[in-house]
Design a protein. Structure first.
Ligand code: SPD
Length: 408
């Protein structure tokens, strides 16, 4: 997979220059409808914030590298510190940034918003750029942990899908811009589930999981995991009623003796290796298990992903600059770099999540689009069953039940 993707992205500029079908050369005057006729290779639907559109929708102009922002190199730092989720950026992109700007990006990782928040709240973390999810962005700007973005340094925001801007957690995108989005459901090995999975009961109810004791995991996440139990109860994953939250807690306590672990860090690897037969999983992590992740681990063709009939979470991780960022100018330059369509497409193809960059989506390889169509991205019907997590004055309720579940 890695080699294929590298070849694909190396060829992108060439294909564009030849008027290849993958990147139709856009002109300011050419409306979307005037694009090359769809071929079998580009007709698969691809996800956008609005649902699905044809992959043949016209990409906007992809500016030549560096042509989009006049970078004042005298203001660049030699290093940048990026606090990101694990397995969430193609290392080749960090190398490309260093080659172009001479800035070495050091990446530290986290696996839960709450862990990231604890580190940032403590102050002087030394990080410049962080990728909180939706509700965590809301918490961070309210607590004064992040700074307003300088939009004059972010011209590539024009490539973002308008449907994924101005979201409830940061209206006007004063503090954040989308990095990736995804959905949470169940990844499973079809050797063990030849008829598929269609309900949270498959991973939560003792009668179903007894036979898979120690062979599956739940996310180690105080919003995601109670959220799955709430969905099984037919409730919102933002439920705050203590009685209902206690019912969710009881479901998780009954399940706990059967799980291998609460795990948000290497679900991809354990599904891929066959150690897990199923897992509560983020869509991209499942896609990595299916496809492999660069040279890190191979894919397993038996891995599938599903949003159960009761519904699941949709979420978005966002780029923010910390209030006490030592290298804020460089952080903006890096953000703008990540929003170049070619870079965003390469990153998305590597990590398997969903790109909020509307001009990157048409650049994705067919292999990735095919997996999206297989369920690793939501179609219009699945979108109706998805819910965003919101910051909530009552979220101590989640912390409380999660502490009870983890503690016992
Ligand atoms: N390995 C990268 C995982 C990114 C998941 N972030 C979203 C969490 C939403 N609750």
């Amino acid at each position: 997979m890695k080699r294929l993707l590298v070849v694909f992205f190396l060829l992108l500029p060439l294909l564009a220059a030849c008027g290849g079908a993958t990147t139709q050369a856009p002109t300011a005057a050419a409306p979307a409808a005037a694009t090359t006729a769809p071929s079998a290779a580009t007709a698969a639907p691809v996800p956008t914030a609005q649902g699905l559109v044809s992959a043949t929708a016209a990409p906007a102009a992809s500016p030549a590298a560096g042509g989009d922002l006049e970078v004042d190199r005298s203001k660049l730092s030699s290093e940048l510190f990026f606090f990101n989720w694990s397995d969430y950026i193609d290392p080749a992109i960090l190398e490309a940034f260093e080659t172009e700007y001479g800035v070495k990006v050091t990446v530290d990782t986290f696996d839960a918003n709450e862990d990231m928040l604890a580190k940032v709240r403590a102050g002087n973390s030394g990080y410049d750029l962080v990728t909180p999810s939706d509700y965590a962005v809301d918490i961070m700007w309210r607590e004064g942990l992040i700074q307003e973005l300088d939009k004059s340094l972010l011209p590539n925001v024009r490539h973002m899908d308008p449907g994924l801007l101005n979201k409830y957690f940061d209206e006007g995108n004063k503090f954040s811009l989308p990095y990736m989005y995804g959905i949470t459901g169940i990844a499973y090995n079809k050797e063990f589930f030849p008829n598929g999975i269609d309900s949270w009961a498959a991973i939560l109810e003792p009668a179903n999981i007894e036979q898979f004791r120690g062979q599956f995991s739940m996310l180690d996440d105080e919003r995601e995991t109670p959220g799955a139990a709430l969905k099984l109860l037919g409730k919102s994953l933002n439920e705050t009623d203590p009685t209902v939250l206690n019912q969710a807690r009881d479901i998780l306590l009954a399940q706990k003796p059967f799980i291998a672990a609460y795990n948000s860090s290497d679900v991809n690897r354990k599904l891929s290796s066959g150690e897990y037969v199923m897992a509560h999983s983020w869509s991209g992590s499942a896609m990595q298990a299916r496809n492999g992740l660069g040279d890190e681990f191979p894919g397993n063709p038996n891995i599938n992903f599903v949003i159960p009939k009761e519904g699941g979470m949709i979420w978005m991780d966002n780029m923010v600059v910390l209030k006490d960022s030592p290298n804020a100018y460089t952080a903006h330059v890096f953000m703008n770099f990540l929003m170049r369509p070619e870079i965003a497409a390469q990153n998305t193809a590597y990590i398997g999540y969903l790109s909020p960059n509307k001009d990157a989506v048409p650049l994705l390889p067919q292999e990735v689009r095919d997996l999206y169509a297989e369920g690793f991205a939501p179609d219009a019907e699945v979108l109706k069953r998805l819910e965003w997590a919101v910051r909530n004055e009552q979220t101590t309720g989640f912390t409380q039940i999660w502490t009870e579940v983890k503690g016992q």
